[in-house]
Design a protein around this ligand. Structure first.
Ligand SMILES: Nc1ncnc2c1ncn2[C@@H]1O[C@H](COP(=O)(O)OP(=O)(O)OP(=O)(O)O)[C@@H](O)[C@H]1O
Ligand SMILES: Nc1ccn([C@@H]2O[C@H](COP(=O)(O)O)[C@@H](O)[C@H]2O)c(=O)n1
Length: 238
């Protein structure tokens, strides 16, 4: 066992960064390539936000959100090839990506009671994955708060322009709002996430920062896999 009580060969990879830097795409590919589980913590905050909206609780009312934060039953599936998220037994993987949820998620995520509940669930998922070799966890505060003793910590970054172009490339139909509006929305959300008091979006001191602006997704995946494999070799030699 290591100092965290995990099997010595269990690997925890923390991947943090602002929206549109490639965390989900990179995390799922790295987990698949290395035979690890995968947890999308952003989907958990989105699911909590979706539940608040569905139950007519004002996301801008921190007291109401805090009071209700223990009610929804959230369940994350950690298969990187088919990750899932359900609320009270219902699959919400589609609805949590709506514009309404995206506009409200930062406010809900700033409520301390929401964070303490979801961090508890995230740590339980990390512990459960240890016997299966480990897990890649993506989010905003994984390396700083959720798993500060992670085997490898990565902080992905990219210019707002590159991130907006990528995000805009995903938006279709009525959701396509133009790259400038997308950039403004990303910058607004980044500011809210990094400016909040409780576990803000931040790079852990011991995280490796990768600027993905001019890298292809495959190059980012290759870089992260290389870092994990190097750390595994160092630990086996230690
Ligand atoms: N290095 C890259 N070069 C080009 N496109 C990329 C790169 N990384 C990711 N993408 C694309 O950008 C879009 C956003 O990627 P992804 O969802 O992985 O970002 P994210 O950081 O998880 O965003 P969010 O935090 O909002 O979920 C996807 O369409 C993905 O394929
Ligand atoms: N560890 C985390 C992960 C996410 N959040 C909040 O959720 C929002 C959505 O995350 P996506 O990865 O789906 O973009 C994000 O903007 C944060 O407000 C968080 O607080 N902590």
């Amino acid at each position: 066992m290591d100092t965290a009580g995990r099997p010595r060969d269990a690997v925890v990879v923390a991947i943090d960064g602002p929206s549109g830097t490639g965390k989900s795409s990179t995390s799922r590919a790295v987990a698949t390539e290395l035979g690890l589980r995968y947890l999308d913590t952003g989907a958990m905050y989105r699911a909590m936000t979706w539940w608040m909206l569905a139950n007519q609780i004002d996301p801008g009312d921190p007291v109401a959100v805090a009071t209700a934060s223990g009610k929804p039953v959230l369940l994350s599936g950690t298969d990187p090839l088919a990750p899932t998220i359900s609320v009270d037994g219902a699959d919400v993987s589609g609805p949590i990506r709506s514009e309404e949820v995206t506009a409200a998620v930062s406010a809900v995520s700033a409520v301390p009671e929401v964070r303490s509940r979801l961090v508890e669930l995230q740590r339980a998922a990390v512990a459960a994955a240890a016997s299966a070799g480990g897990i890649v966890v993506e989010g905003r505060d994984i390396g700083t708060t959720v798993v500060p003793d992670a085997t490898v910590k990565i902080y992905l970054n990219a210019s707002p322009e590159a991130r907006a172009a990528r995000r805009n490339g995903e938006l279709t139909g009525a959701r396509a709002v133009g790259v400038e509006a997308t950039r403004e929305a990303l910058v607004r959300r980044d500011a809210a996430d990094s400016g909040r008091k409780v576990s803000p979006l931040a790079k852990a001191e011991d995280a490796v920062e990768i600027d993905t602006t001019d890298l292809t997704l495959d190059q980012v995946i290759e870089a992260v896999v290389g870092l994990v494999e190097r750390r595994r070799r160092e630990r086996n030699l230690g």
